[in-house]
Design a protein around this ligand. Structure first.
Ligand code: G3I
Length: 377
C-alpha cells in the first residue's frame, strides 16, 4: 500500500535536494495531500490571507546549524517564539551576566523574514539558572525580578509582538483556594509578584502585548475545568486591579484521543474576550502517547483530526488570531526528547507536529491549513 510516508520517502529525496517540499506530483498525491505546501500553499500564506498568525517554537541551535530547518520556518511561519533561548537559564546564566546571542539571532532571523516574534518568558518557576536558588532571597527577589525584566524586555523594546510575562502561575496541586502555584517567586514576593512582573514589563516595553500563559485548561474533564476557572479568576483579578495585561496564552498541549475537548475552552475564550483580552494558542502539539496503534499513519490521522477540530473551534472566536505549534517538525518536539518528556511508548516517535522528521508535511499540516481557512472574513 502506498502510504503518505512511503510515497514521500521517494519525493522526500527530491525535496531534500531542494531542501524543502515544493509540491507533490498530482498523479501520485496521497489522499491527505492537496497541492503545494510552499508559497501560496504554505501555512504562512493561508494564515496571512485570513489575518492570522501561524508560527512555531524555534530551537536556536537548529536555526544556526540546519539550513533546511531555517528554510522551513521561513516558508511556513509569520511568527516565531524561542523554545528556550529567552528563558532565564539561557539568557541570564550568571547573576551578573546576560547572554543575548541566541535571542538576538532569532530576532534577526524573524526580522529578516518579516516575521513577528513572541518572547517566552519573563517569569517562570522552571528553567531558572543555577545561581538562582543560592542567590535570590526575600531581600533581593523584587530587585532581581524587575532588573531581569527591565534588562531583557528593554533590550527588545518595540521588536517583540507579545511577551509571556508570567508562565504557569496556577497549580491546583499546591492547594491554595486561588489556585496559585507556591513557586519561589510566590514564596518570596507573595501573589503580587504577578502584578509586579506585568507592571515592570509594561514600563520596559510599552509596545508588547503582555500575556499570561498556561496549560492544562483545554479540556472539560474535572481537573482542566477547575484549573481553567482558577486561570480565569486570576485574569479577572488582574484586570480588575488595573494590571497591564493584554492577552492570555492557552498552551494547547493536547491529546490525540480527543476525549474531553468540548465547549468549556471556547466559553473560556469568550469570557477572556469580555475582559478585553486577546487569546493566543501558544504551544500547540497533539500527543499520541495514549493511542494504541503503533502504525504511524494511523496515529498521524488521529492527530490530524484533533488539529482540525481544535483549531477550527478556537479560531471561530475573533479573539483568537495566533496559532503557534511547539516546534515545527516531529524530530525536534520536546515530546520526542527523553530528557523533556517521559513517553509511554519510548520506541515510537510522536507524530505531534505539522512536519515530520524529513521536513515533509504530515496530515496535521493539511488539517491545520484547512482549519486556518475556516476563519470567517
Ligand atoms: O542548554 C542545556 C545544555 O547546555 C545542557 O547540556 C543540557 C543537558 O541536558 O540541557 C540543556 O538545557 C535543556 C533545554 O531544554 C535546552 O535544550 C534543559 O535541560 C531542558 O530542561 C529544556 O527543556 C525545555 C523545557 O521547556 C524546560 O525549559 C524544553 O526544550 C521545552 O520544549 C519546554 O517547553 C515548555 C515551555 O517552555 C512552557 N510550556 C511547557 C513546554 C513543554 O514542557
Amino acid at each position: 500500500m502506498l502510504t503518505r510516508r512511503t510515497f514521500l520517502s521517494g519525493a522526500g529525496s527530491l525535496a531534500a535536494a531542494s531542501l524543502l517540499p515544493r509540491s507533490l506530483p498530482g498523479a501520485l498525491q496521497p489522499e491527505q495531500a492537496v497541492g503545494s505546501v510552499d508559497g501560496a500553499g504554505s501555512l504562512r500564506a493561508h494564515a496571512t490571507a485570513r489575518g492570522l498568525f501561524y508560527g512555531a517554537a524555534v530551537d536556536t541551535g537548529m536555526l544556526r546549524n540546519d539550513p533546511a530547518y531555517r528554510a522551513l520556518l521561513a516558508q511556513q511561519c509569520n511568527i516565531v517564539v524561542a523554545e528556550n533561548s529567552m528563558k532565564w537559564a539561557a539568557i541570564h546564566p550568571e547573576a551578573d551576566r546576560y547572554a543575548f546571542e541566541q535571542a538576538d539571532e532569532l530576532l534577526a532571523f524573524a526580522e529578516q523574514h518579516q516575521m513577528q516574534l513572541r518572547g517566552h518568558n519573563l517569569c517562570w518557576h522552571e528553567a531558572l539558572p543555577s545561581w538562582f536558588a543560592s542567590t535570590v532571597n526575600l531581600g533581593n527577589a523584587r530587585q532581581i525580578l524587575t532588573g531581569h525584566i527591565r534588562t531583557v524586555a528593554g533590550r527588545y523594546q518595540g521588536r517583540i509582538r507579545s511577551w509571556d510575562v508570567v508562565n504557569e502561575a496556577i497549580s491546583l496541586e499546591d492547594g491554595r483556594t486561588d489556585g496559585l502555584r507556591v513557586s519561589p517567586w510566590f514564596q518570596m514576593l507573595g501573589p503580587g509578584y504577578i502584578d509586579l512582573a506585568f507592571r515592570t514589563a509594561r514600563e520596559a516595553d510599552p509596545h508588547a502585548l503582555l500575556t499570561y500563559n498556561d496549560y492544562g485548561i483545554e479540556y472539560d474533564h474535572p481537573a482542566s475545568f477547575t484549573k481553567r476557572a482558577a486561570v480565569m479568576g486570576l485574569l479577572k483579578r488582574l484586570t480588575a486591579d488595573g494590571v497591564p495585561i493584554d492577552a492570555v496564552g492557552i498552551q494547547s498541549h493536547i491529546d490525540a484521543t480527543t476525549s474531553g475537548l468540548g465547549p468549556g475552552i471556547t466559553a473560556f475564550v469568550t469570557e477572556a474576550r469580555t475582559l478585553g483580552l486577546k487569546v493566543f494558542i501558544t504551544e500547540l502539539d497533539v500527543n499520541d502517547d495514549n493511542l494504541a496503534a503503533d502504525d504511524p499513519a494511523t496515529r498521524e490521522a488521529a492527530v490530524a483530526e484533533v488539529y482540525g477540530q481544535y483549531v477550527t473551534a478556537m479560531i471561530a472566536n475573533p479573539a483568537v488570531a495566533e496559532v503557534l505549534t511547539w516546534g515545527i517538525s516531529n524530530n525536534h518536539s520536546w515530546l520526542n526528547n527523553s530528557k523533556t518528556h517521559k513517553a509511554k511508548h519510548p520506541g515510537r516517535q510522536q507524530q505531534a507536529l505539522p512536519f515530520d522528521a524529513n521536513y515533509q508535511p504530515t496530515p496535521a499540516f493539511y488539517a491545520l491549513r484547512s482549519a486556518l481557512d475556516s476563519r470567517k472574513g
